[in-house]
Design a protein around this ligand. Structure first.
Ligand code: PLP
Length: 386
């Protein structure tokens, strides 16, 4: 049989030897695993403790490997935990890491606070730097961390140029692929060594639990990640693993629907009064659109909108006028969300797109009716402009 498409595989791939005939695996809640006899307690290769997970975890890991073309998916309790685990598995005291300046805020905080305490120095580079990243590499550089498109401002990294540089120098590349989520971008196929996802977003897809995963394709990186996770005792609870697995089954059509709705809203917003710019890599106006065409197969529902500056009061009026777009952090669930974004508060100057007086807003377009969402945004824009 020919190799089936991802949407098919995510629905049909199940671990063998299930004791029941339900479509979904049952959740084994257990720390202790009871052994049949004394020899089994210390038998190598036998699972002897619940910390490494159970059947639900194995099925989720297999699905994530299919999603990202990985050979190993290491589960973590949160997305931040996955970012921290990936970086910590490839550095030691005295090393230097290069981190794209547009990474998720808590990843940046981990680099500044935790890496420093571990004796590792981090330099933040402008995400759009491309080949010039060469000038920032030192003899101590062991890892390059990218997030493409980056949080809040949606710049893309020239991943292929950066991977080529890193390979020349034996540097490990890591990509936070929460936006691309394996459906839209497969970093390991682009030559990246370690890919991360906050499962909390599109994999879980229903805003009801946390999870993270670190995906690898080479034995060397897989072993480094697994050993670090073992030493730190990171694990994912069985109920959360179950929710992530249930979400994973339908991620392909959900992300396609988010992407279609998001694109219609993004194009429509460009025409509206008060809107200065829309930061969406699928729009031809986006400065990194060509990289997006090369590295991605589509877009999701998350992008930025900058509004012409009308002051703080207008921004408050915009958010308070929204009824369908919820005001809240995170994204990737079925519902639409909006938050104000202030990248200047944490980033270095000159490192990001749209560094203007405009007011940046991040939208997550959900699975509601597009006309209803437009009506909601129109009310908010009226409140903003008047
Ligand atoms: C949300 C997010 C994370 C962190 O995920 P949590 O599960 O909330 O810890 C990491 N990276 C990106 C890009 C995110 O959007």
């Amino acid at each position: 049989m020919t190799k089936k498409k991802l949407s098919t595989r995510l629905i049909h791939e199940r671990s063998g030897g299930r004791p029941n005939l339900t479509v979904n695996p049952s959740i084994d809640r257990g720390s202790t695993l009871l052994m049949p006899d004394i020899d089994a307690l210390y038998e190598s290769g036998r699972q002897t403790y619940g910390r490494i997970g159970n059947s639900v975890h194995r099925e989720l890991e297999a699905g994530l490997c299919a999603l990202e073309n990985a050979t190993q998916a290491q589960l973590t309790p949160t997305g931040v935990g996955a970012c921290a685990l990936a970086i910590a598995s490839v550095v030691k005291s005295g090393d230097h890491v290069l981190v794209a300046d547009n990474v998720y805020g808590p990843t940046r905080r981990f680099c500044r606070r935790r890496l420093r305490a571990m004796g590792v120095e981090a330099t933040f580079f402008p995400a759009r730097i491309g080949k010039e990243l060469r000038d920032l590499i030192t003899d101590r550089t062991t890892a390059i961390f990218m997030e493409s498109p980056g949080s809040l401002t949606f710049e893309l990294c020239d991943t292929q140029a950066i991977v080529a540089l890193a390979r020349e120098r034996g540097i490990t590349t890591i990509m936070d692929n929460t936006w691309g989520c394996g459906v839209l971008q497969k970093p390991l196929d682009l030559g990246v060594d370690v890919s991360i996802q906050a499962l909390t977003k599109y994999v879980v897809g229903h805003a009801d639990c946390f999870g993270g995963a670190v995906m690898t394709a080479s034995d060397k990186h897989a072993a480094a990640v697994k050993n670090t996770a073992t030493d730190w005792g990171t694990t994912l609870g069985p109920d959360d693993a179950y929710s992530a697995l249930r979400g994973l089954r339908t991620i392909v059509p959900r992300v396609q629907a988010h992407g279609a709705n998001g694109r219609r809203i993004a194009e429509w917003l460009l025409e509206q009064d008060g809107v200065a710019d829309v930061l969406h890599p699928a729009l031809p106006e986006h400065p990194d659109h060509n990289i997006w065409l090369r590295d991605f197969t589509g877009a999701n529902g998350l992008f930025g909108v900058s509004l012409e500056d009308r002051g703080d009061k207008a921004v408050r009026a915009f958010f308070d006028a929204l009824e369908l777009f919820g005001l809240g952090f995170s994204w990737g669930g079925y519902e639409s969300l909006a938050i104000p974004a202030d990248p200047g508060a944490i980033r270095e100057k000159g490192h990001w797109l749209n560094e203007t007086e405009d007011r940046l807003i991040r939208l997550h377009v959900g699975l509601e009716d597009v006309g209803d969402l437009q009506e909601d945004l129109l009310c908010a824009l009226n409140a903003y402009c008047n």
